[in-house]
Design a protein around this ligand. Structure first.
Ligand code: ADP
Ligand code: ADP
Length: 231
């Protein structure tokens, strides 16, 4: 299993006003699958993604990524695992504005103490259709292009799983489709595992299955055809 949550519970806040953000969630993300997570605002989608990605530690339950139980890791070991085994894509792209596209893509390798090869970076940019934008800074790229740079950056360490939090939330329809086609191709052509939070049924229809959250609980799971029909 690429990533899995078992009986995960997440409680935020001080004792007097606690919020149960995740209520005993058990879910697996098998290799080579594209999962969308949907649900109303406040239903726990981001919390689920953050716990699954090792960005936050749950109050109870276990999270595993590529066979490693995150609960047993020190903060340092968890940071290493995140850097090497997990890719992230955010709604706001989160590129470093002072760096070129190529430098942004190289960043995870530098953080891992590696000296990126030029060929490796250009291949990653080519894979997202931006071979000719290597020297551009984020401000010189469209939103859709910036998100594709962010995807190249998320993939450069060849992570076990890519987590995307509303990756099309800031994009127009055409750019959204490009980004979703790209995520789809990662799964179909490279056997990558992708987990995407979205509130857009059109985006969710690109996934193999759609998990529905409500009040911190997994209330439904739609596969393929059903998922397409909600769009
Ligand atoms: P969604 O992504 O579906 O909008 P979230 O996972 O962001 O939902 O939030 C789930 C619940 O947990 C909400 O009630 C939210 O207010 C609460 N919550 C999220 N993060 C925090 C936090 N850091 N501190 C306190 N409450 C939080
Ligand atoms: P190759 O796999 O032969 O190097 P590709 O065109 O398939 O060439 O990918 C080019 C680059 O894009 C890779 O070197 C890698 O950095 C990145 N890439 C594309 N898809 C993935 C993926 N699913 N997982 C990891 N990296 C990927």
């Amino acid at each position: 299993m690429t990533a899995a949550l078992r009986d995960v519970r997440m409680i935020y806040g001080p004792e007097t006003r606690q919020v149960l953000a995740l209520d005993d969630v058990t879910v697996e993300f098998p290799p080579g699958t594209f999962t969308a997570v949907m649900g109303p605002s406040g239903s726990g989608k981001s919390t689920l993604l953050h716990c699954a990605a090792g960005l936050e530690r749950p109050t109870a339950g276990s999270v595993t990524i590529a066979g490693t139980d995150l609960g047993g890791l020190t903060e340092t070991a968890l940071t290493h695992l995140r850097r090497e085994r997990v890719g992230f894509v955010f709604q706001a792209f989160n590129l470093v504005s002072s760096l070129t596209a190529a430098q942004n893509v190289a960043l995870p390798l530098r953080l891992a103490g590696r000296r990126p090869a030029r060929q490796e970076i250009s291949a990653a940019l080519a894979a997202v259709g931006l071979a000719d934008r290597a020297r551009h800074r984020p401000s010189e790229l469209s939103g859709g292009q910036q998100q594709r740079v962010a995807i190249a950056r998320a993939l450069i360490t060849r992570p076990a799983v890519v987590f995307a939090d509303e990756p099309t939330g800031a994009l127009d329809n055409r750019s959204s489709k490009q980004v979703l086609d790209l995520l789809r191709a990662l799964v179909d052509d490279h056997g990558q595992t992708v987990v995407m939070v979205t509130h857009d049924p059109v985006a969710a229809a690109f996934a193999d299955r759609v998990l529905m959250l409500a009040d911190g609980r997994l209330v439904d799971e739609l596969e393929d055809a059903d998922a397409a029909s909600i769009a």
